[in-house]
Design a protein around this ligand. Structure first.
Ligand code: ADE
Length: 242
């Protein structure tokens, strides 16, 4: 997968050299480039923002450098990338969207700062490529950079060969529309707290059933919204009988 990121703070992306993302970059699974938006400015101050039309606090990112950046990174004659613009006004980022993005050959992230990017940049880009404004959640960050780190981590771990144990993808929270059951490792008793007996029983049927029950209880307590949204087709027969 190819990924381009445009930001006025390229330094934010130094962690993308580390750990499994760093390895995915080193082995070519992820071809990632970070670009400084100010490279597409032409004034001595390398200006990227201005006051908002209609008034109001803060500054808005000017369209010209963004237009040039997108022209350079998504030239009209090539297959367009999918443009992702992190914004608290975007659609919620979910595990389902992470899977969708992991199947794309080329992602282009545009990191807004201040009060965001002039809307015409997105409207113009949308005539040439798919554009998604995406939100991490109902809170406001300084800019899109941290959101891109989060989204990229969620997407990269779904790329083939990135995780050592592909089974962990199948088991994890959100994989089946439920939160994952609690996990334990050695020692069997720690500070007087034993690991649940069933997990040491060696009975794989019982263990799977216990994990499923714990996942349901946990999801019901912490995320009742996920239970109401659960597709009845995906419920285990025994969940319904219980
Ligand atoms: N930029 C600012 N706040 C954001 C949020 N909640 N999600 C994504 N990008 C953002």
């Amino acid at each position: 997968m190819r990924v381009d990121i445009v930001s006025i703070f390229p330094e934010y992306f130094a962690p993308l050299d580390l750990s499994l993302i760093g390895r995915a970059r080193a082995n070519g699974t992820l071809r990632l480039a970070v670009h400084d938006l100010r490279g597409w400015t032409h004034d001595v101050h390398r200006t990227v923002d201005d006051t908002p039309y209609g008034g109001g606090p803060g500054m808005v990112m000017r369209p010209e450098p963004w237009g040039e950046a997108l022209d350079a990174l998504a030239p009209a004659e090539l297959t367009p990338p999918r443009l992702l613009v992190p914004s608290p006004a975007g659609v919620p980022f979910t595990q389902a969207m992470a899977h969708e993005l992991a199947a794309e050959p080329h992602l282009l992230f545009a990191c807004g700062r201040y009060e965001g990017i002039d809307q015409r940049v997105l409207d113009h880009a949308a005539t040439r490529m798919p554009v998604t404004e995406v939100s991490l959640g109902d809170y406001v960050l300084f800019g899109g950079e941290v959101a891109v780190l989060v989204i990229l981590e969620a997407v990269t771990r779904l790329l083939p060969g990135v995780l050592g144990n592909a089974g962990s993808l199948a088991e994890e929270s959100h994989a089946h529309g439920l939160l994952e059951a609690p996990m334990y490792t050695k020692p069997a008793t720690w500070r007087g707290l034993p690991v649940p007996e069933v997990l040491r029983s060696g009975d794989h049927g019982r263990i799977a059933r216990w994990r499923r029950d714990e996942a349901l209880v946990r999801t019901g307590r912490r995320r009742p919204d996920m239970l109401t949204g659960l597709d009845p087709q995906r419920l285990d027969k025994r969940d319904v009988a219980a």
